[in-house]
Design a protein around this ligand. Structure first.
Ligand code: AMP
Ligand code: ZN
Length: 490
């Protein structure tokens, strides 16, 4: 049996790198979490499925994992250019609730969705719990790296080496982007602290040496990452949009915090960025614009469930694409993922039946099982190539002349990485009634039982009539379905 090296793509060096932990035997990972001013869309959830698969892989490889996913409950503005309103305050005003209540509500919803996607529990620190630490951090870098304007304290990006390297979007001015707060020294400078404008009050504001106000958005991740994982930690993740602004700014703050002189803090040594490896998942895209939270009925996990799709079909859909590839959402694609998941669950049922629930493994595991584990290991070690890893899992189901115990054990082993919950999912779990369905599951089962009796009595007219009745209620009877599902809602 081999233990393939774990190669991961580092966005900072734009290279595959073999994972070598900062602390022997440990893996410390920070994932930029949600801004809890609204529900998460399924694109956001792709970022957490990816981070979870990474975390599971590190555990599977034997590392003790510490994984932080922060909760942004203050500071994220509607525009990335340090302008606009605070997203939390705006939603609070719109819903007539306190910003704190909004944050709790959407955090809970987010965590429920994580559970439904079988994302393992992680630490979820809230930005508002770290404001004092953010002020202390600001104080420690203010003299050398910041300047004050009427609107707040700003970070001068020219004070650190290699600003914007992560984004690779260097303009002639040597800056990653243009933006428009009056008086900035460099276009890319960003807020460390935003003063509450005179005459206004915010629901979320704190006293600081730079006036009453709230922290800039980028600061929280630097502060929580350092506080909970220590610099440098192993891996920092986020969606690919963060590669352009949020993470370059986090990195600049980290360099300012960690490095005494500009020349010592360059990014040729990725450790100066605060993390050894920066990883980014590509976007889930949808043509009609339903991913946008401003589009009314946007694509939430709950919408998928309401339409009869199990959340783990969405997890599988994510795993079917490499995390660095764009993934296009379609209902057909989701349907295909659900069918594939059903096939896997059915295969587990069959293995389980053969084992009669007895898990005892044979003394010697068949070499073919080892070969497939190696294939899986090589795929997952190749920058988390989950599409190939999935095929290794499926080959396992089909192995001939290999004990079913061994196959079931191996499925459990590989699913620890994929997180599809294959050994616990039941057929009933996967048969979700869309909210639009007018018939209950009990009524369907009762009708099917009557139909079975009619068929046993060779009363085919009655059997056909029941079938038609069910069809009229949107239930398709699937006689002879190779997957063994007796009915589905159409
Ligand atoms: P936000 O709450 O906007 O900070 O986003 C939470 C996470 O979702 C971040 O890591 C984003 O980069 C990521 N993200 C946002 N939109 C998408 C998308 N369409 N596909 C994948 N990830 C996304
Ligand atoms: Zn962040």
């Amino acid at each position: 049996m081999t233990d393939a090296p774990l190669k991961l793509f580092n966005s900072l060096t734009r290279q595959l790198e073999v994972f070598e932990p900062v602390h022997a035997g440990e893996a410390r990972v920070y994932t930029c979490g949600p801004t809890v001013y609204n529900y998460q869309h399924i694109g956001n959830m792709r970022a957490y499925v990816f981070a979870d698969t990474l975390g599971r892989t590190l555990q599977w490889k034997g590392y003790k994992l510490t994984h932080v996913v922060n909760i942004t409950d203050v500071g994220h503005l509607t525009s990335d250019a340090d302008e606009g309103e605070d997203k939390m305050e705006r939603m609070a005003a719109r819903e007539g609730k306190s910003a704190w209540d909004i944050a709790r509500f959407y955090q809970e919803d987010f965590e429920r969705d994580l559970g439904r996607l079988n994302v393992q529990p992680k630490q979820h620190p809230r930005a508002t719990e770290y404001v004092e630490a953010m002020i202390d951090w600001g104080k420690s870098i203010a003299d050398k790296h910041c300047y004050e304007l009427e609107s707040g304290l700003y970070f001068d990006v020219s004070t650190v080496a290699d600003y914007g390297r992560l984004a690779r979007a260097v303009t002639e001015d040597g800056e990653g982007r243009i933006e428009s707060v009056e008086g900035k020294r460099n276009a890319a400078d960003f807020a460390i602290w935003r003063k509450t404008p005179a005459g206004e009050t915010r629901q979320m504001e704190w006293d600081s040496p730079w006036g009453r106000g709230a922290p800039g958005w980028h600061l929280e991740c630097s502060v929580m990452g350092e506080a909970l994982l220590g610099f440098p930690f192993d891996i920092h993740t986020g969606g690919i949009d963060h590669r352009e602004i949020h993470h370059p700014n986090e990195i600049a703050q980290n360099q300012a915090f960690c490095c005494n002189a500009k020349d010592d803090g360059g990014l040729d040594d990725p450790k100066n960025s605060g993390a050894k490896i920066w990883m980014h998942n590509n976007f889930l895209v949808e043509r009609s614009g339903k991913m946008s939270k401003s589009s009314g009925e946007f694509l939430r996990l709950q919408l998928l469930v309401d339409r009869g799709y199990h959340p783990l079909a969405y997890r599988l859909m994510c795993l079917q694409a490499h995390y660095r590839s764009e993934l296009e959402f379609s209902w057909e694609g989701l349907g295909a993922a659900l069918t594939r998941l059903k096939r896997m669950v059915l295969a587990v049922y069959q293995l389980d039946d053969l084992c009669h629930g007895n898990w005892k493994s044979d003394d010697r595991v068949h070499p073919k099982v080892f070969d497939l584990r190696d294939k899986f290991d090589a795929a997952i070690g190749d920058d988390l190539n989950t599409p190939v890893a999935l095929t290794a899992l499926e080959e396992l189901f089909g192995l001939k002349k290999v004990s079913h115990h061994d196959r079931l054990d191996a499925v459990r082993d590989l699913d620890a990485v994929l997180g599809l919950n294959l050994l616990k999912l039941t057929r009933t779990d996967l048969r979700i009634r869309p909210v639009s369905a007018t018939i209950t599951e009990a009524e369907i089962e009762a009708a099917l039982a009557r139909r079975k009796e009619a068929r046993a009595a060779k009363d085919f007219a009655a059997s056909d009539a029941i079938r038609d009745e069910l069809a009229a209620s949107g239930v398709e009877v699937m006689d002879g379905d190779p997957l063994g599902w007796e009915w589905k809602l159409s």
